[in-house]
Design a protein around this ligand. Structure first.
Ligand SMILES: O=C(O)CCC(=O)C(=O)O
Ligand SMILES: [Mn+2]
Length: 209
């Protein structure tokens, strides 16, 4: 395995997942989405997010007027499907942890979708990292520091890239400014899938920031 590139405490493996494995992952994710359909989430403040979202695993991240939190069920009331084994093995290989993630959050970015600068802080234990996998169109990822005002730097994440936010970078601010729509041929209709693997336990109460 190639050594990761370190950027401000983020660890980055460009092209970690090859084209064949990317297609296999998309097939696995289609099976997940068939059971737990992508839906359009709303922030606690009532604003629709531009990404569509679903989860796999014991818990899924949700947001609505009741706050940001993890729930054991999809908004339809069904449990989330299990995390596909190939995704779990990427987690175990790159984090070196034997502990499995509780949640694989699945974000789908269609043309024009983005994600504002934020911290991932709805989990109960920040000593565990968050692992992010990119599939499909290239996206401009902005990464900063633990303070909202810290300077930021941007990199284009490509299909097959994997990023680890752990240690000092675990609570770093980050977001997606824009997509290069149809820059990849992985998804026939264009767009980008981002997976984030998260250890959630212990489960926390809802937040709105
Ligand atoms: O799409 C990405 O690369 C980042 C997604 C993200 O930060 C999140 O889901 O919390
Ligand atoms: Mn995030």
């Amino acid at each position: 395995m190639a050594a990761p590139i370190e950027i401000r405490g983020f660890r980055y493996w460009p092209g970690h997942i090859d084209a064949t494995a990317q297609s296999a992952l998309v097939a696995d994710l289609r099976a997940v989405v068939a059971k737990a359909p992508l839906y359009s989430p709303v922030t606690p403040g009532g604003r629709p997010m531009s990404v569509r979202m679903t989860s796999a695993g014991r818990l899924g991240w949700v947001t609505d007027q009741r706050g940001y939190r993890y729930e054991p069920h999809h908004p339809t009331g069904q449990p989330w499907p299990p995390i596909p084994p190939v995704i779990l093995s990427i987690w175990h290989n790159l984090t070196g942890l034997s502990r499995a993630p509780d949640c694989c959050l699945i974000n789908f970015y269609d043309e024009g979708a983005k994600m504002g600068l934020h911290q991932d802080k709805d989990e109960g234990d920040f000593s565990f990292p968050v692992l992010s996998i990119s599939l499909g169109d290239e996206a401009l990822f902005r990464l900063g520091g633990p303070d909202r005002k810290d300077p930021t730097e941007s990199i284009w994440l490509k299909s097959g890239d994997v990023m680890l936010m752990g240690g000092a970078a675990r609570l770093a601010w980050h977001g997606i400014d824009r997509l290069r729509f149809r820059s990849s041929r992985l998804l026939p209709g264009g767009g980008r899938i981002n997976l984030t693997l998260r250890v959630v336990a212990p489960v926390t109460s809802p937040s709105s920031s």
